[in-house]
Write a new protein. Structure first.
Length: 506
């Protein structure tokens, strides 16, 4: 049976058929992400792609299999962007998919033909490391950021969340790729089962040991946080009025903080003192500070920014926070002079937003929290820095109103579970139109999600926790270790080629 499966893959001789198979194989892992959330599929979803790459007739063809598979993966995970970017999303998928070309070559180099135990062992180490290098490079904000990291598919799996507290989402990604590689070896190379079986056993034992024995945060009480989710409302003034109405229902409920979503205020408060006064009156009425997000032309003429502002009983309080990592094409166009044509084929930003330059930890007097805006919740380093700066709570203000009915809202809400588990700090994901969600310091849900059909104000009793998780303490040690191993392997490969060339020249 295993030999038959490998032969079937090797029969894909037509370049076009093989290319389509590679793209389809790369798209398969997307089913593990929300909304479908078939998390268990992630542990075998890469197997067809791995088998295809290892069976490639040449290294160049394996690299092409890696490229097209990567494009399929990026297109599937981001397919909900099609209404906004139109055919440009295909161009972006092909560009970013190229990062998987070396990974495809690596699979053939280590697993191609009839590999021995040494080559299989190398694949079990280097395949996860190579995948992490792709995730690390494409996580650069100017390349779209870390949306769709493979480990993020495990956001609701308790053992995986415990791994995140040790090595971040990177450690989960490495585990998933390791398991897939081992399964592919068991299918395609049955004569060399020992290394793969040992790897699976080590992964199971190690994950169980971390799940049962790793440290957990210490609980230090709780706070009552309210999220105001108005629903889909056209018009900045109408949205503000609805948010004000919903916030008033919180009076007497003893909340400690009220959070509005991204772009909840469509006017610069310095040019609309009447709105600033209404927000201060709300803060007095509910006896809690209100965190809003201003998305408007600044009165000082410095353009548009996504600015989180905390309003207390006496008005705006403390330092505001300008969103630092903007959504490519959605909030700015990279190399606008060359790529500005994207505005003619989709809903790309007509004007670039102004970028902030430093994170901010805000305080209500009793609670210190770190605001993030929109897809900044996808960046592990940002939440880690806020916790290092003293944040007791992470708050992401978001809006996915352009993508109602797609996979985007649940995908976005799930990221907060990972950031909470990584940092040992609870996190609230507050949106205008859903999905809004809250998680405790171990990534477990607090209360129920507010779906895309809800327009309401909801209060959550959020447990606080303290301590520094290993991930906060040691940072991105997993991708750094992976990089070191890839560099060592590359050096070894170069030395082999040099020695072979020297032998031929004698």
């Amino acid at each position: 049976m295993t030999v038959t499966a490998d032969r079937q893959v090797s029969r894909l001789t037509s370049p076009w058929v093989r290319g389509l198979a590679a793209a389809a194989a790369g798209a398969l892992p997307a089913l593990a992400f929300p909304a479908l959330s078939l998390w268990w599929l992630a542990y075998v979803a890469l197997v067809p792609w791995i088998l295809l790459a290892r069976s490639a007739p040449t290294g160049r063809r394996a690299a092409l299999d890696g490229w097209l598979g990567g494009a399929g993966f990026m297109l599937a995970v981001h397919h909900w962007l099609f209404p906004s970017l139109n055919v440009f999303i295909v161009v972006l998928a092909l560009l970013l998919g190229a990062f998987w070309a070396p990974w495809g070559w690596l699979l053939r180099r280590t697993l191609g033909g009839r590999p021995d135990a040494r080559h299989v062992a190398a694949a079990l180490v280097l395949a996860p490391c190579g995948w992490l290098m792709v995730e690390l490079v494409r996580s650069w904000q100017y390349l779209g950021g870390p949306w769709g990291l493979l480990g993020a598919s495990q956001w609701q799996v308790a053992p995986a969340l415990r791994l995140a507290s040790i090595g971040g989402v990177w450690l989960i990604s490495a585990l998933v790729v390791l398991v897939n590689t081992a399964v592919a070896v068991l299918i395609a190379v049955p004569a060399v089962r020992a290394p793969a079986a040992a790897a699976l056993a080590a992964a199971a034992v190690g994950t169980t040991a971390v799940w049962l024995g790793a440290p957990v945060p210490e609980r230090t009480g709780s706070v009552r946080i309210a999220v105001v989710q108005p629903g889909v409302i056209e018009g900045a003034q109408e949205r503000f009025d609805r948010e004000e109405q919903l916030t008033r229902t919180l009076a007497g409920q003893r909340v400690d903080l009220v959070v509005w979503g991204e772009s909840s205020v469509g006017f610069d408060l310095s040019s609309r003192p009447d709105l600033a006064d209404r927000l201060a009156a709300l803060a007095r009425e509910v006896d809690a500070d209100v965190l809003v997000n201003v998305d408007a032309q600044r009165a000082d003429g410095r353009g548009i920014s996504k600015t989180s502002v905390l309003v207390g009983a006496g008005g705006v309080t403390g330092e505001s926070y300008d969103k630092m990592r903007l959504v490519p094409f959605g909030e700015y166009i990279p190399f606008r002079s060359m790529l500005g044509w994207a505005t003619s084929v989709g809903k790309a930003a007509g004007e670039d937003r102004r970028r902030g330059d430093h994170p901010v930890v805000m305080t209500t007097g009793q609670l210190r929290f770190g605001p993030l805006v929109c897809f900044e919740s996808a960046f592990p380093d940002m939440s880690r820095k806020l916790v290092d700066s003293g944040a007791q709570l992470l708050v992401a203000e978001s809006s996915t109103s352009s993508f109602q009915g797609s996979w985007a809202p649940p995908q976005h809400a799930s990221l907060a579970a990972l950031r909470a588990a990584e940092t040992w700090r609870p996190m609230m994901h507050a949106t205008l139109t859903g999905v809004s969600a809250v998680y405790d310091g171990q990534g477990r849900p607090v209360g129920s999600w507010l779906g895309t059909s809800a327009g309401t104000a909801a209060v959550y009793q959020v447990p606080l926790s303290q301590g520094r998780s290993p991930y906060v303490r040691f940072g991105d040690w997993v991708p750094h270790l992976a990089l070191a191993l890839v560099v060592v392997a590359a050096g070894y490969e170069v030395s082999l080629r040099v020695r072979r060339s020297a032998r031929r020249s004698r």
